[in-house]
Ligand binder design. Structure first.
Ligand SMILES: [Zn+2]
Length: 93
């Protein structure tokens, strides 16, 4: 997980995911208050990861059979949502 660039306080999963859902809102460090912005590459990565579940689910449906598409999308989407905050990188504003 990303740490504060200034004081090395780790950000929480909740903090980072909240920033993602608020359109990559900058994160303020809970310890020293310095503001962190999402790096452009992380932003790109996040948008790619949001699209992947749909393609992956389509692929699984071809393998397992119809009727599993929606469940596959939900399961993969959920794992992506859980994992993305660990992949995001921030820099000082
Ligand atoms: Zn800090």
């Amino acid at each position: 997980m990303q740490q504060c660039v200034n004081c090395r306080t780790p950000f929480s999963w909740k903090q980072v995911s909240k920033s993602l859902w608020l359109a990559y809102k900058p994160i303020a460090c809970p310890n020293c208050g310095s503001l962190h912005k999402v790096q452009f590459l992380s932003r790109l990565l996040a948008s790619i990861f949001m699209v992947i579940p749909i393609y992956a689910a389509y692929f699984f449906t071809q393998l397992i059979g119809p009727g599993t598409f929606l469940i596959s999308v939900l399961v993969i989407m959920l794992s992506v949502i859980l994992a993305i905050p660990y992949l995001m990188r921030y820099r000082l504003v």
